[in-house]
Design a protein around this ligand. Structure first.
Ligand code: PMP
Length: 433
C-alpha cells in the first residue's frame, strides 16, 4: 500500500514565502494536486478534478509511455546537446516530417519563450535588420525579445506603451471583438499590409512578422480567411520572414489541422513550438529552412545545454508516437466538434454566452454582459471558473479582458468528460455563480 500522503502542512504559505509574488498560481485557495491521470487531476484528499485547461499535458497526465521513455533514457544517458547521440537526430527528423518539406532544419530549446526569442533572432540574423511586426493582444513569452513582442494587456496593462522601438504592431485580427467585426474583418489583412508597406517605405523594412496562426490568446479565434496569406506576402515582398507561433495551437490540437498555419493555407518561414510537444517536460523547438538557419552564424554559434538533451528527445519522440498511435489528433477533431456543438447550444439559453470560438480541442466560450456592445463579463468569468472548481472542473479565463473560458484539455479527453464539463457549466450558468 502507498504510504499516507502528508497533510495539514503549510506548503502554500511556504510557497508564498519563498517564490516571487508575481509567479502566480491558479485560484486563491487552490487544491493541492498530487497526481494526474489522463484528463484528471487528483488532490491530496483524493478528490478528482477534470482538467479542461491543460494543453501542456497534451497526451494526458502521467502517460506511461512518456514516463517509461523518460525513465529509460535517464537510466542510460542524459547530457548536454553538444555530445553525439542517436535520439536528438531521430527526434529532429520526426518533427521535420510533420512539416512542409522546405522546413527541414531544427533547433532545440527548452520553452515557448525561448523558441519565440530564437525565432525573432533568426529573422534578424537572416535579414540583417532589427524591426519586427507583431500582432496586438498577443503573448509570446517572458524572455527579453519574446516579451517585447507581447502586447496582451491581461499580462501587462502597460504593454502597448512600453514596447521597444523596434516593435511595430498591427491590429489584433479578431473578427468577434476586434476593431473590425463580422464581415468587416476582411479589412484586417489590407490594413496590416499597409503598416508593413509604410515601414518599408520609411526605411524600417521589417526583419519579420510574428503572430499566432490561430488566435490562441483570444480563446481560439480563427484569423479571418486569407489573413496570413496577405500579410506573409507583404512581409516577404519587402525581404522579411514570416514567423508562426504554434506554441499553443500547433501539434494536432486543432483536430483538422496538425499545425495552425495549415488552417490559413500558408507556409511560414520559421515555426516556434513548445508546451505540448514535451507533455510537461520542458522542450521547445524552432524549425526553419536551411539557409535561414545557416545565417545564425552571423551572430556566433548556437548552444542550449539541455535543448534537445537525450531525455528531452526521448520524451519528444514518445509524445509523437502517442499522438500517432492513439489517434489523438483525430480525437481532438471528433470530441472537439461534439464539445463545440454542445457549447453552442448553451448560447441559446444563456445570454451571457456571446460566442463560442475555436476548432478541435482549442475552444473559447466568450462571456459578455451585452451581445450588442460586447461588454466583457470579466468578474462573472472569474466567478464561473471558481464555481466550476467546486464541481470538480479546472477552467481558467483568457483574452485581454479575461472573459473567455480557455478550453484546451489533454488531447485524450473522452466524450463523457466533455459532457460532464458542459453539464457543469450549464448548471453554473442556470443556478448562478
Ligand atoms: N507563445 C504562446 C502563444 C504562448 O501562449 C506561450 C505561453 N503561454 C508562449 C509562447 C511561451 O511559452 P513558455 O511559457 O513555454 O515559455
Amino acid at each position: 500500500m502507498a504510504p499516507p500522503l502528508p497533510r495539514g502542512d503549510d506548503i502554500l504559505a511556504r510557497r508564498h514565502g519563498v517564490l516571487a509574488e508575481v509567479q502566480e498560481h491558479y485560484y486563491d485557495t487552490p487544491p493541492r494536486i498530487e497526481r494526474g491521470w489522463r484528463e484528471y487531476l487528483i488532490d491530496l484528499d483524493g478528490r478528482v478534478y477534470l482538467d479542461m485547461v491543460n494543453n501542456v499535458a497534451s497526451v494526458g497526465h502521467a502517460h506511461p509511455r512518456v514516463a517509461d521513455a523518460a525513465t529509460r533514457q535517464l537510466n542510460l544517458l542524459n547530457t548536454n546537446s553538444r555530445f553525439h547521440y542517436r535520439v536528438i537526430t531521430e527526434y529532429a527528423e520526426r518533427i521535420a516530417q510533420t512539416l512542409p518539406a522546405e522546413l527541414d532544419t531544427v533547433f532545440f530549446v527548452n520553452s515557448g519563450s525561448e523558441a519565440a526569442d530564437l525565432a525573432l533572432r533568426l529573422a534578424m540574423a537572416s535579414t540583417g535588420r532589427t524591426d519586427i511586426v507583431a500582432m496586438r493582444e498577443a503573448y509570446h513569452g517572458w524572455t527579453f525579445a519574446s516579451d517585447a513582442v507581447s502586447t496582451s494587456i491581461a499580462d501587462n496593462p502597460n504593454a502597448l506603451a512600453t514596447r521597444p522601438e523596434w516593435v511595430h504592431t498591427v491590429a489584433a485580427a479578431n473578427p468577434y471583438r476586434g476593431i473590425h467585426r463580422g464581415d468587416d474583418a476582411e479589412r484586417y489583412g489590407p490594413e496590416a499590409v499597409a503598416v508593413i508597406d509604410h515601414l518599408a517605405a520609411s526605411g524600417h523594412a521589417p526583419a519579420g512578422l510574428i503572430c499566432e496562426t490561430f488566435f490562441g490568446n483570444a480563446g481560439g479565434v480563427a484569423l479571418p480567411p486569407g489573413y496570413l496569406a496577405q500579410v506573409y506576402e507583404a512581409i516577404r515582398r519587402h525581404g522579411g520572414l514570416a514567423i508562426a507561433d504554434e506554441v499553443q495551437v500547433g501539434f494536432g490540437r486543432l483536430g483538422e489541422w496538425f499545425w495552425g498555419f495549415e488552417q490559413q493555407r500558408v507556409v511560414p518561414d520559421i515555426v516556434a513550438v513548445a508546451k505540448s510537444i514535451g507533455a510537461g517536460h520542458p522542450i521547445g523547438a524552432v524549425i526553419t529552412r536551411r539557409e535561414i538557419a545557416d545565417r545564425y552564424r552571423t551572430q556566433g554559434y548556437f548552444f542550449s545545454s539541455t535543448g534537445g538533451s537525450p531525455v528531452s528527445a526521448a520524451i519528444g519522440l514518445a509524445v509523437l508516437d502517442v499522438i500517432e498511435q492513439e489517434g489523438l489528433q483525430q480525437n481532438a477533431r471528433v470530441v472537439g466538434a461534439h464539445l463545440k456543438r454542445r457549447l453552442e447550444r448553451l448560447a441559446e439559453s444563456h445570454p451571457i454566452v456571446g460566442a463560442v470560438h475555436g476548432a478541435g480541442l482549442y475552444l473559447g466560450v466568450e462571456f459578455v454582459r451585452d451581445r450588442i456592445t460586447l461588454e466583457p463579463a470579466t468578474d462573472e468569468t472569474a466567478a464561473i471558473c471558481d464555481r466550476l472548481l467546486t464541481l470538480g472542473v479546472i477552467m481558467q479565463p483568457t483574452g485581454d479582458y479575461l472573459n473567455v473560458l480557455k478550453i484546451k484539455p489533454p488531447l485524450c479527453v473522452s466524450l463523457e468528460s466533455v459532457d460532464y464539463f458542459v453539464d457543469s457549466l450549464d448548471r453554473v450558468l442556470t443556478m448562478g455563480w
